[in-house]
Design a protein around this ligand. Structure first.
Ligand SMILES: *Cc1c(COP(=O)(O)O)cnc(C)c1O
Length: 385
């Protein structure tokens, strides 16, 4: 059996080696390392894939979130609501801009931001909601948009984990994750579903004026060379990363399909195990992953364990050469950097529970049946012992 890895980037590279090597060579010979033609080409191809008017490439996903918030003109003291159960980047940029983070609880079934908790957290100072499409499927965007409309709030989608996922509206229409709110932010960190060979990120919007503002902010606030109209940042996607991303983009749907197939096999193996709750599809596809499922792209395959010592299982897996992860072990409202007297433990029953129950299994495009069988049987054996 091939060694099991949490993410297998080598196997994926082997499949696209010739394309990547050729485009790397082209970029190196052109020496247009920054803002070269490759970046523009990738931008156009990603706009077409997502069906969004504007893609603004930038240096990483954290920058993408920060620049999105700067572009919307959020001001110190403005309250921004986001999920308590996510990677810290989301809340970090809110704090860095001197905005006030307002963390709220999530749903136990799909791990995404809880709609009632958002409603409860709204005050006259609330200016934006940042739904995070955690682990690969969209938050309840229809409800988020409704709240945003009623209270005149911006919606910034953190789409770092769900690129390529579709969101289904009640009327049957679909949109790609990240293109539904006012603005979306994504990351091309190597292990993300569309990963570069270094850092990268992008911002999406259908709003022409906002796109113009964002293009200036990523480039030192310049709209005309050496005319600095606003305070900006330096955040660029470099041409070598764009070359990798452009080579991988045509494969994104098949990469996501491979992840779904592995998720389906995991689900089947755990079907009758009472102590294991497999991931729930909350948007459009019903309970089970079907052949046409495109609403969950399984950035992570995350189980909830009931009456199982999660940390002992994680150790057992590691001892047996099976990597696993705990995303995330601490609620953001309990992190030293973000703890605040404003928060009441009673408002976070789900996150406080999830941090103790969740475990993420190896998930990437190269998992084979033998590996999945080894992972699932090791887990089931541990639980039954
Ligand atoms: C990865 C990630 C980010 C940050 O992306 P970087 O490219 O690493 O800066 C932000 N939000 C979420 C939910 C992520 O998973």
């Amino acid at each position: 059996m091939k060694k099991i890895q949490m993410v297998d980037l080598k196997g994926q590279y082997a499949e696209i080696k010739d394309t990547i090597n050729t485009s790397f060579q082209t970029v190196i010979e052109n020496t247009a390392f920054i803002n070269g033609p490759m970046v523009h080409e990738f931008q156009k191809n990603l706009e077409a894939y997502l069906g969004v008017k504007h893609v603004i490439p930038c240096a990483n996903g954290t920058d993408a979130l920060q620049i999105a918030m700067m572009g919307l003109g959020l001001k110190p003291g403005d309250e921004v609501i986001t999920a308590d159960f996510t990677f810290a980047a989301t809340v970090e940029v809110i704090a860095l801009l001197n905005l006030t983070p307002v963390l709220v609880d999530v749903n136990e079934d799909d791990f995404n931001i809880n709609i009632e908790a958002i409603k409860k957290a709204i005050t006259p100072k609330t200016k934006a909601i940042v739904p995070v499409h955690l682990f690969g499927q969209c938050a309840n965007m229809e409800a988020v948009l409704e709240i945003a409309k009623e209270h005149e709030l911006f919606v910034i989608e953190d789409n770092a984990q769900a690129i390529g996922a579709n969101y289904r509206f009640k009327d049957g229409s679909k949109a790609k994750a990240g293109t539904i709110g006012d603005v979306g932010a994504t990351s091309f960190f190597p292990s993300k579903n569309l990963g570069a060979y270094g850092d990268g990120g992008a911002i999406f919007t259908n709003n022409d004026d906002l796109a113009h503002t964002l293009r200036g902010i990523v480039n030192h606030g310049m709209y005309k060379r050496y005319h600095h109209d606003v305070v900006g940042v330096n955040s660029r996607l470099d041409s070598l990363q764009a070359a990798v991303l452009d080579a991988k983009l045509p494969n994104l749907d098949s990469y996501n399909k491979a992840r779904q197939l592995s998720a389906k096999k995991y689900n089947q193996a755990f079907e009758n195990i009472d102590n294991i709750i497999t991931p729930k599809l909350s948007n459009g596809c019903g309970e089970n992953i079907c052949e046409t499922c495109d609403c969950h792209v399984f950035h992570q395959y995350t189980l909830r364990l009931k009456n199982v010592d999660r940390d002992a299982l994680a150790k057992h897996l590691n001892d047996n050469g099976i990597p696993c992860g705990v995303y995330y072990p601490i609620p953001l409202h309990s992190q030293k950097a973000y703890a605040d007297e404003r928060y009441d433990e009673a408002d976070f029953p789900v996150t406080n529970q999830l941090v103790k129950e969740v475990i993420s299994l190896p998930m990437h495009t190269e998992l084979d049946d033998e590996q999945i069988e080894c992972i699932t049987s090791t887990i089931i054996k541990f639980i039954n012992e």
